[in-house]
Ligand binder design. Structure first.
Ligand code: HEM
Length: 554
């Protein structure tokens, strides 16, 4: 032992014996407290997950590292792929130990997910850490509220997403879509483009077009990020999506799990002093997040202010604005005016809806489109068939409406199949608020669940041996085990299912139809492989380079 260490130990020992003799109660309290903390840490990290948990006999990967559990393969790997491997190896109920000994369960069978997501949904809410992470980006809107608050909010918002409203909106997509088509034509014309086309980062363009569409349809706001490279909203979202990595997400979950952290990091004081966060590599992403959110909130507040001015327009007036926020603002006014005292959202809640629509409805749709183009680029025959179908439609109209798009059979197969194999939200979480049996397993209150959307969507038990392949034709002849609600969960199911599902599908179809009509897509280079991020949404890490060329028509 080094003499320095020996001296430190001796002095500590002398100090401890002195305190023990002079203040024995304090001494024993400190010893007991320290022993308790050590015991709790050992209990949570080692004893409980390895020897005591009632779930320890459920098959799954090894418990793994005492602190990290199985989180490393999850954050370093492709979204949903480690979970898929565990399900293949261990069966339809899997136990995975995550960081700090926390267990998560995976249930694959429809009956189990029916209980978690639908019949008993109130008892299986989104866990607090997930709501806190989402709340920093979307505020306390539909994505983050739970229980009765959610029921009321959802009831107030459902009419704005009704089919008649969406049908009335589809012409609003075409400003941005035609803008994108023109830009891509120009990009391809702008230089001596080789015979096989030009390499373009398609995700970047799709992110802009979907931002412009959501701004127009949700808020009646012309963001025009397609033509304005320094558009404030587009730049802020660009930054935000580039922060989405598995590692950043894991760090962020660790930060928001500290009590009071969400309030602290949302405060103006921290925003003003954010330069401090840049001094440490582990917190500099937090400073970027704060800056992006500050800009997004600023533009969102402007959009909401405009809407509030419009609220005097009567609801019955068919000439009034058709965007979702206008409908919500008018419905709120009607509730406030009514003597019956209906549910009316607060100003703050209205602001959080703006953030929710932007956060939930932009990047998800952009990723869905980017993966669809990638899958079509790898499957020229499906792409050719789609072009044939949309060309017939474009001979009649250059702006197909809701019904015309719905009637295109192959387009429907392509979109459903792409969302199945590459779901933009590859996974979500739930937590048990009660102890109950699920699929024969007694699940203790507090247990976390992975809802492994991508794994369920590609489960061989349902979809057959080619489940992981992109084959749009399977939607023309669905497998016998197919369950219309639980076999493809890209928009989830139950009361928390995506409110924007129909809107997203129509929008994807409108953008795809126009792009496939005008352009051909191929992988950008030999050996190109998809690079999905392992974060909240499955954005392509490389922004999806594709080779694009004009369709030649005689
Ligand atoms: C392809 C595009 C989209 C996909 C794949 C998608 C997927 C999802 C998923 C999986 C959820 C459930 C999350 C959970 O409970 O953990 C969800 C919820 C939600 N989505 Fe989407 N979404 C898309 C587009 C949109 C659009 C366009 C909007 C709105 C304009 C939107 C608004 C919402 C909202 C508000 C929720 C929360 C619903 C609730 O809890 O009641 N989404 N989405």
């Amino acid at each position: 032992m080094s003499p320095v260490l020996a001296r430190v130990m001796e002095s500590t020992w002398n100090h401890a014996t002195e305190v023990a003799s002079q203040r024995p109660v304090l001494f024993f309290a400190v010893v007991l407290g320290t022993a308790w903390v050590i015991f709790k840490v050992l209990y949570n990290l080692i004893l409980y997950p390895r020897f005591l948990s009632p779930l320890r006999s459920i098959p799954g990967p090894p418990v793994g590292h005492p602190i990290y559990g199985q989180i490393i393969p999850i954050i370093k790997g492709e979204a949903g792929i480690p979970q898929r491997a565990w399900v293949k190896e261990h069966g339809p109920v899997v136990r995975v130990v995550g960081p700090v000994g926390l267990e998560r369960l995976i249930f694959m069978k429809p009956e189990a997910n029916q209980k978690i997501l639908m019949s008993d949904w109130i008892d299986y809410p989104r866990p607090k850490f997930m709501r806190d992470v989402l709340a920093t980006v979307t505020g306390y809107g539909l994505l983050t509220v739970t229980g009765n608050d959610h029921k009321q909010m959802r009831k107030a918002m459902n009419p704005a997403f009704s089919i008649p409203n969406l049908m009335a909106q589809s012409d609003m997509y075409y400003g941005p879509i035609e803008g994108l088509v023109k830009i891509l034509h120009k990009e391809i014309d702008s230089e001596k483009v080789p015979e096989n086309g030009k390499e373009l980062l398609m995700y970047e363009w799709l992110s802009k077009v979907t931002l412009d569409i959501i701004c127009e349809t949700a808020f009646g706001y012309r963001s025009d990020s397609l033509h304005n490279p320094h558009n404030e909203l587009a730049e802020a979202y660009d930054k935000l999506t580039s922060l989405q990595t598995g590692t950043n997400l894991a760090r962020f979950i660790a930060i928001v799990s500290i009590p009071g952290a969400v309030k602290f990091i949302s405060s103006e004081w921290v925003y003003k002093h954010r330069s401090w966060l840049r001094k440490f590599s582990h917190t500099s992403a937090l400073a970027d997040l704060m800056e992006s959110m500050h800009r997004i909130r600023k533009v969102s507040a402007q959009m909401l202010e405009e809407k509030m001015k419009d609220s005097a327009v009567p609801i019955s007036d068919s000439e009034t604005k058709r965007d979702i926020m206008s409908i919500l603002v008018r419905a709120r006014k009607a509730d406030l005016d009514s003597k019956a005292g209906g549910y009316a959202m607060s100003d703050e809640a209205m602001m959080d809806q703006v953030l929710t629509f932007l956060g939930a409805g932009h990047e998800t749709t952009a990723s869905g489109l980017a993966w669809t183009l990638w899958l079509l680029a790898k499957d020229p025959e499906s792409q050719r068939k789609l072009r044939e179908e949309v060309t017939a439609l474009f001979a009649e109209t250059s702006q197909p409406d809701y019904r015309a798009l719905k009637d295109l059979k192959w387009l429907e197969c392509v979109v459903q199949e792409s969302l199945r194999v590459m779901p933009p939200v590859p996974m979500t979480f739930r937590q048990a608020a009660k102890t109950d049996f699920i699929d024969g397993v007694l699940v203790p209150k507090g247990t976390f669940f992975y809802i492994p959307i991508r794994v369920i969507n590609t489960w061989k038990e349902v979809w057959g041996d080619d489940a992981e392949e992109f084959k749009p034709s399977r939607w023309l002849n669905l497998p016998p085990n197919y369950n219309a609600i639980f076999s493809s969960l890209s928009f989830l199911a139950g009361p928390h299912a995506c409110i924007g599902k129909t809107m997203a599908i129509v929008e994807m179809k409108a953008v795809l139809a126009a792009l496939i009509y005008h352009f051909e897509f191929e992988p950008a280079y030999e050996g190109q492989v998809p690079q999905p991020t392992a974060a909240v949404t499955m954005k392509p890490k490389d922004n999806m380079p594709l080779r694009v060329r004009k369709v030649k028509r005689s």
